[in-house]
Design a protein around this ligand. Structure first.
Ligand SMILES: C=C(O[C@@H]1C=C(C(=O)O)C=C[C@H]1O)C(=O)O
Length: 482
């Protein structure tokens, strides 16, 4: 179901509004920035290089909470993107969501006329996508649609030392293109970007939780009983792996601060992808995921098989000890191989020739994982969304075999996974893209947050140890939320 609509008079008013009244706050905040157009309207995608900014600071200052928002950062790759407002969007509530996403994205990029500083790496206009874990949830009041895709009105991007501001602006009258470009350019230059060079640091007080139910005996007993039941199913060969997740609801005295929480996440997890997707109901799904589902640059695909976990040691020797346990443990390796086998098979089914690097460790600040990066060259005709559709969900977040595991997950988990463990990311006109798996994540709304974490269960898993793993993942997330 497309939520796009044309609204010609508003566009021209908006046009006038931007060009004639140049007050900064109104320029950004005016509500008419959040309506979308359909595929018959051309869209000017105007990009301009700007001085150094922190895209998170810009997002904090300008993105209203009543429109779609997206934040994406990979600190170790010196890359960050903030996007907000809607120029075109689509929400999907049905099956075939990846195919529908694909055709929507193609039609969007056909409308775009790119102008400005377009030839520098990182300056591309992107379309942002998030999906729910299941294509159709059986739970009545689900918080997120099966797919949400949008071309934002504004995008701030940082790539290495370069920073860009992009406006995706619906054109009513193309004759004015030159004039509009000049005025956008002047407007962007007139902004005092130095004010957004750094996120204004506030007192990062610890939020006091109503912690009663965080890891209550009831919670832990229920989780462990599901692990035991899954082990029974594994013993009779009904399935060979299942990832069981746990959700914890917390309530703070004050509203959560999304940008400060993101800032904490990027400090604590510089090797992860930091993300946030906000909807028009003021809900934000945020997290720091170590798991790439699909990354494509110039037709080179990279994906991660990531499964099998151990804590980090408090000293170097303890750390090495944990690493060795992880690398040698047969149960952890079984858990991992279920993922790498699945990915290789799915890519081969698409006619690709994937190759994997030797098994290695991905050491994050709080946890370490077994990791196999997998590469493939993409021939013409394979769309990034074909790969997302083929790979989601991998046994890193679901299990083997898929069909049986889906029913079991719905049975064991007393909550809707919503966006947890599902793909989210961006795609550009040249079909470069990055999608991560939305794990190590929380759904935030005002003073409430739901935190998610899951653990892979295979033959040999121990319910107590799996619960410890879940706690480790949840605690790390909890520490970042303010
Ligand atoms: C499911 C999650 O993580 C996954 C499960 C892992 C495991 O069980 O060892 C490791 C990495 C992820 O693939 C999660 O963090 O919620």
């Amino acid at each position: 179901m497309t939520q796009s609509k044309i609204s010609m008079p508003v566009i021209s008013q908006e046009n006038e509004f931007i060009l004639d009244r140049l007050e900064l706050d109104n320029f950004w905040h005016h509500r008419s920035f959040s309506f979308s157009v359909d595929e018959s309207t051309k869209i000017l995608s105007f990009v301009q290089k700007i001085p150094v900014v922190d895209p998170l600071a810009v997002l904090q200052q300008f993105a209203p909470t009543n429109t779609l928002r997206f934040y994406w950062e990979n600190p170790s790759k010196q890359e960050a993107i903030a996007a907000w407002g809607i120029t075109r969007n689509l929400t999907i509530e049905s099956n075939a969501r990846f195919a529908k996403t694909q055709s929507f994205i193609k039609s969007c990029f056909k409308q775009i006329i790119s102008e400005g500083d377009t030839n520098i790496n990182g300056s591309e206009a992107r379309i942002f996508c998030s999906f729910s874990f299941f294509s159709q949830s059986e739970l009545a009041n689900k918080s997120h649609p099966a797919a949400t895709i949008f071309l934002p009105r504004f995008q701030i991007a940082k790539k290495n030392k370069n920073h860009f501001f992009i406006v995706n602006f619906p054109l009513v009258n193309q004759q004015n293109l030159k004039q509009i470009k000049t005025q956008f350019s002047q407007k962007i230059q007139s902004i005092d970007w130095s004010r957004y060079e750094q996120l204004s640091t506030r007192e990062r007080e610890e939020v006091s939780w109503e912690e009663r139910n965080l890891f209550s005996a009831q919670n832990s007993q229920y989780f462990k009983s599901t692990v035991r039941s899954a082990l029974d199913s594994i013993a009779i060969d009904e399935l060979s792996k299942i990832v069981i997740a746990h959700a914890v609801d917390i309530k703070s005295e004050k509203h959560f601060n999304v940008t400060d929480s993101l800032s904490n996440l990027r400090e604590r997890h510089p090797d992860c992808y930091i993300f946030a997707i906000g909807n028009d109901r003021g809900q934000d799904f945020i997290g720091a995921s170590p798991e790439r589902l699909v990354s494509i640059q110039n037709k080179q695909l990279v994906t991660d098989a990531l499964a099998g976990s151990a804590p980090r040691g408090k000293s170097t020797s303890e750390d090495v000890q944990w690493a060795n346990i992880l690398l040698k443990n047969r149960k952890e390796k079984r858990e991992h191989q279920a993922v790498s086998d699945f990915i290789l098979e799915r890519l081969q089914d698409m006619g690709l020739k994937p190759h994997q690097l030797p098994l290695q460790l991905l050491q994050l600040s709080n946890i370490q994982h077994l990791w196999t990066p997998i590469y493939a060259h993409l021939p013409k005709g394979i769309d990034p969304l074909d790969i997302v559709a083929q790979l989601h969900p991998t046994p890193a977040v679901a299990g083997v075999p898929n069909k049986i595991v889906f029913d079991k997950i719905r049975h064991y988990e007393k909550f809707d996974r919503a966006l947890y463990a599902a793909p989210l990311g961006w795609i550009d006109r040249r079909e470069n893209c990055e999608f991560v798996v939305g794990i190590r994540s929380a759904l935030i709304e005002k003073n409430r947050a739901r935190l998610y974490a899951g653990a892979g269960i295979v033959s040999g898993s121990n319910p107590d140890k799996e619960f410890v793993e879940i706690q480790l993942k949840l605690q790390s997330l909890l520490k970042a939320l303010v």
